[in-house]
Ligand binder design. Structure first.
Ligand SMILES: CC(C)(COP(=O)(O)OP(=O)(O)OC[C@H]1O[C@@H](n2cnc3c(N)ncnc32)[C@H](O)[C@@H]1OP(=O)(O)O)[C@@H](O)C(=O)NCCC(=O)NCCS
Length: 192
């Protein structure tokens, strides 16, 4: 499939609507994320508002489109640590179009945009709210990092996607979403 990656802020209302639908649909296995279309739309408004207020330094917001201009997925990010580290958040691909390279294309584009803006490293948090990994449902204390290094993917958790793209585990936040529901932190350096 041919895809192009464009600035999401420039998309018309129809594109924004498709982005909200994709966000809600892609995160059904994360009930604390964007369970309703209204919450997804709020997230989009936050991106649009931050970009309008702060220009290029405020956020990165990119969408993958097919040749008819339909949104296939999107990615966002915000600067932290004075722009040296960017947080990748969120990333969502239309559930019917996953495993066709769209997520990879969005992340690679994001990495280029971060490097262009002087960012050195990307970090992201990938929650496990539903026992998708061996870290779910258990007490990570004591020695949470030892448990992180022994992680197993039980039900297609996206950490394996990020490993394929060169991301590494850099931390874990036990109980980020309630007991036994950690946030798995990954990162990658993008500067030469
Ligand atoms: C995670 C997500 C963005 C991946 O997008 P995608 O378009 O399906 O991924 P790609 O097709 O580009 O996959 C790239 C590689 O990762 C692999 N991969 C993708 N998702 C995977 C998963 N859940 N588990 C293991 N491997 C995975 C693909 O098989 C492919 O491998 P290959 O290089 O050997 O062919 C997408 O599945 C999604 O939107 N998921 C729901 C929301 C989500 O998890 N977002 C990220 C949370 S931080």
């Amino acid at each position: 499939m041919h895809i192009s990656i464009v600035d999401a802020a420039a998309l018309p209302a129809e594109g924004r609507q498709q982005m909200a639908e994709i966000l809600t649909a892609a995160f059904v296995r994360w009930p604390n994320a964007w369970p309703t279309l209204a919450e997804a739309q709020e997230e989009l408004e936050e991106f649009a508002g931050a970009i309008a207020a702060g220009g290029d330094s405020a956020r990165i917001w990119r969408a993958a489109l097919d040749d008819d201009g339909r949104v296939l997925g999107w990615i966002g990010g915000l600067p932290e640590y004075d722009g040296l580290v960017w947080e990748l958040h969120p990333l969502a691909v239309d559930p019917g179009l996953q495993r066709r390279g769209i997520g990879r294309a969005l992340v690679l584009d994001f990495e280029q945009r971060v490097a262009e803006r002087g960012g050195l490293t990307i970090q992201l948090g990938s929650d496990d709210e539903s026992n998708l990994t061996s870290l779910g449902g258990q007490d990570l204390f004591p020695r949470p990092l030892e448990k992180l290094l022994q992680i197993e993917n039980l039900h297609d958790h996206p950490y394996s996607f990020y490993l394929k793209l060169g991301y590494e585990f850099i931390g874990v936040v036990p109980d980020a979403n309630g007991f036994g529901k950690p946030d798995i932190i990954m990162g990658k350096r993008v500067a030469a």
